[in-house]
Design a protein. Structure first.
Length: 114
């Protein structure tokens, strides 16, 4: 699942991952994420760190509470070492910095879903 309030980023990520053999679902908000997450099991959530209603920490917490087996990768435009460390300490599988590098994206998605 791709969670991002920016439609262009969601579409770009979804198209890229679909072309590389992954099946994606998009959520534009935390509310939509929670609805979809309650209905279906996901191997991976790629989540923007900054969302209008909540931040990546809260998405991570919700996902890990509902399905501890689901991996969460935070996508961030911030390279604050403390934030990255906190995300990893709280159970994030990893993080990706914007602008996204396609090779790094594929590497972390493959690692998270294998």
């Amino acid at each position: 699942m791709i969670v991002d309030d920016d439609r262009d980023i969601r579409v770009l990520l979804s198209t890229f991952l679909d072309k590389n053999g992954f099946v994606t679902v998009q959520a534009s908000s935390v509310k939509e994420f929670l609805q979809l997450f309650a209905q279906e099991k996901f191997d991976l959530v790629l989540c923007d760190f900054i969302l209008p209603e909540k931040n990546g920490f809260e998405i991570l917490e919700k996902a890990r509470t509902i399905d501890p087996a689901c991996k969460v990768v935070i996508v961030t435009g911030y390279s604050d070492e403390q934030v990255i460390s906190q995300m990893l300490d709280n159970g994030a599988f990893g993080y990706l910095s914007k602008p996204l590098d396609p090779k790094k994206l594929l590497k972390i998605v493959r690692a998270a879903t294998s």
